[in-house]
Design a binder for this molecule. Structure first.
Ligand code: UDP
Length: 381
């Protein structure tokens, strides 16, 4: 009989679900039949519905008022504010308590900053011994919400994450730095030009043309449509793949682009095969989302960062610049210039960025995170 594992996420963006899914896929492959993993967004069934709806506002908020998001991030980024915000967050507790009671999980893992403390409260209220793990899905700037000192293990992806959790009194023996879990598909055949060509043929894109993937998180924020148009109209000899995610407005607006251009352009809404697209591309043009960055690194892709969400993503952009794996190109003219430079035959910049990408990629992080969760879950049973 497989033991149950409860993974808590929220569909605010796509990174939380992607990390949880990557760990779940690894456990299925490496330890078949051992666990049954439930990935649940408790905000979706929170009571009152107001809280669920508030979580659903994340996408529109970061599209239309990212400055407001940035302001909220910084204003709440302290232990005092976290304690205050907890009063509001309590309405998600019953949903988590119900899940813990019905699933009787061997461990509960929070992949979302707003759910760690809710899991601690539910465990206390139910008088359970179930181990709690936090798997931090941000890269560099880790909000105080993530750092609950009362869970059994906190897994972070960077020295910045370690530092933030230490300052928020997470005991050193419950803190470990690994990396962001990324699905294995992102690194399969990533450095093999033959597989890249085969994937392009399979996806119906030119196998021989320099391929630029434009995406911007699950919500397609940061003027993805404008940037796609600029590249499509640039006259550069490239293949363009645009993934708008849940940004229906951008997708509708770009739908006719394919027919207007003399270069191949392939436009998509939300895709469930991001690994295929990434491992078919040469570079990625994106916002500084942690999930996309970790995936692109595993896929061997240099990154051009056009935008970052104020708050948790600025540090990601700076880290990529410092390491040489990415460049920041907020302006349209700069974007075209950078793509032209990287797409040029034998581009030395492309080679040096690829070398930096290879240094940073952590495809083994998924297995390490999953094995840590497994060992915590095994301890109790
Ligand atoms: N993603 C996806 N399909 C899409 C767009 C995005 O599966 O059409 C995934 C992407 O592969 C990544 C996640 O959504 O795993 C985006 O995470 P990130 O941290 O980059 O940004 P967020 O959406 O959380 O702001």
């Amino acid at each position: 009989m497989p033991r149950s594992l409860l993974f808590l996420i929220a569909d605010t963006g796509g990174g939380h679900r992607a990390a949880a899914t990557a760990v779940s896929h690894y456990l299925d492959r490496a330890h078949p039949g051992e666990f049954s993993v439930e990935i649940v967004d408790p905000f979706a069934s929170a009571s009152p519905r107001l809280l669920g709806r508030t979580a659903g506002l994340y996408g529109p908020l970061i599209q239309r008022a990212p400055w407001l998001w940035g302001g909220m991030f910084h204003a709440t980024n302290s232990r005092t504010m976290v304690r205050t915000a907890e009063l509001v967050m309590r309405s998600v507790d019953p949903a988590i308590a119900r899940l813990m009671t019905t699933l009787e999980p061997a461990a509960v893992v929070s992949f979302h900053p707003l759910l760690n403390r809710a899991a601690v409260r539910a465990r206390r209220r139910l008088g359970l011994r179930v181990p709690l793990v936090t798997a931090v899905t941000d890269l560099v700037d880790v909000h105080a919400f993530w750092a609950s000192p009362d869970v059994d293990l906190v897994i972070v992806a960077s020295p910045g994450g370690l530092d933030r959790c230490r300052r928020n009194r997470v005991p050193a023996d419950r803190l470990v730095q690994v990396g962001l879990p990324v699905d294995a598909g992102f690194s399969e055949g990533a450095s093999d030009p033959g597989s890249r060509r085969a994937r392009r043929l399979h996806l119906g894109i030119d196998p021989d043309r320099f391929t630029v993937l434009v995406c911007s998180g699950a919500d397609g924020s940061g003027a993805i449509d404008r940037r796609a148009r600029v590249l499509a109209g640039s006259g550069l000899d490239i293949s363009l793949v645009v993934i708008c995610g849940r940004n229906q407005r951008a997708y509708n607006g770009l739908a006719g682009l394919h027919d207007q251009m003399d270069r191949p352009v392939s436009v998509h809404g939300f895709v469930t095969n991001m690994a295929e697209w990434m491992t078919a591309a040469d570079i990625v043009v994106t916002k500084a989302g942690p999930g996309t960055i970790a995936e692109a690194l595993c896929a061997g892709l240099p990154l051009l960062i056009t935008w970052y969400l104020p708050g948790q993503e600025r540090g990601n952009m700076e880290w990529l610049i410092d390491t040489g794996a990415g460049r920041y190109v907020p302006g349209d003219a700069e974007l075209v210039d950078e793509v032209a430079e990287l797409a040029a035959p034998g581009s030395p910049s492309l080679l040096s960025m690829r070398a930096a990408v290879a240094q940073l990629a952590r495809p083994e992080a998924t297995a390490e995170v999953a094995e840590l969760i497994r060992s915590v879950a095994m301890k109790l049973s």
